[in-house]
Design a protein around this ligand. Sequence first.
Ligand SMILES: [Zn+2]
Length: 444
Amino acid sequence: MHSLFRAACFCLVLATQPLFPGRADAQEKWPPIAGAAEQNLARVAKHPPVAKALEGIKADSVRMFEEQVRLNEIPAPPFREQTRAEYYLKKLREAGLRDARIDTEGNVIGVRRGTGRGPRVVISAHLDTVFPEGTDVKVREKAGRFYAPGISDDAAGLASLLTMVEHLTKSGLRTVGDIIVVGTVGEEELGDLRGVKALFRDDKDIDGFISLDGVGFGRIVNHATGSHRFSVEFKGPGGHSFAAFGLPSAIHAMGRAIAKIGELKPPADPKTTFTVGTVRGGTSVNAIAGDATMAIDIRSNSQEELLKFEEKVVAAIREAVEEENRRWGSKAISADIKLIGDRPAGLTPIDSPIVHTARAALRTVGADTRAITAASTDSNLPMSLGIPAITLSSAGQGGGSHSLGEWYTPTNNWLGPQLALLVSLGLAGVEGLTEPLLEKRTKK
Ligand SMILES: [Zn+2]
């Protein structure tokens, strides 16, 4: 079914679930944090060079926020991330990743090599924003809040990641595994995860993946909401509404299809959703429509349900075309279905070492795991490949994500890079001190 649709892609926004369900009993619903992860991170955090780096990060919080503002004020619309990418490359090189480069897709990649005996873990944030070219991205303060499109999502992640790299370099620590630092392109909307897709296409030897995306400290995304989006174009002969009466109509066919799709019932669990988001077509009130186009968004927390539901939608469209043709004794109506967005669904089990590591790291910096949840982020892709992946949020407060009213306040912002540092060191292992918590995947 799916192979029928091969076309250019676009993408959906960060599918936000409530950031903090606010359930006091949430911790009890989750398995207890693995002792191995807690002990490992306690040792790492007490190790003098790490303790110094954690303090250094905290002392650096003002400079870090200034950098976040600078990054944000370099526009990075979908497919136009290059200027910001070049700046980020320069900053990563200055921060110690001298061999950092921009790959063929536009991702900024810098590798901090370990001993060569350990896993290879990616830690990333996305360079792109949802905002089109020409959007005013200047940061303005009002009543203690800093307003600018993109300031939380994901200038906060980029600043956390850069700050972590700076202090990791200063610490002189050697890790067992490699830490691969990536600023990805194409996370949002039309980008359709093109950056992270290229990353995993070009490097088959990645053992784990972390994305720092948005604000809402304490949130762990371990479940990838998948989505498929289609553009469906109905075509017919068109004609005069009176003189050519008797010809089938593209709009009538589309109406039949929408009525059928509207009656479909997706499962509540795993949550699966659909909507016909836009329609357009026809030329005049007194013309039988020769064309009509609709866009459909289908999402699910399960790839299997996503594909099952997609089959039903496609069947509904085919039936609608047949009915419209039959009604007028014609074969003139057709429907062309194009996949325009493809984000695979996936899951990193709640009991996997990468989730335990993140929870233990949150506890180590004095924070709680506030939610373990589903969303659509760069982690979708590695999760769909069975590679351990999670998305974490940066610290500080924020809101209005993906809107022109997006804002951020840097309260306790240093917790973001502290978390990133501890998770990276825990997963990769510190030479002579700890074993990596992330397993090396056996090579195919
Ligand atoms: Zn984001």
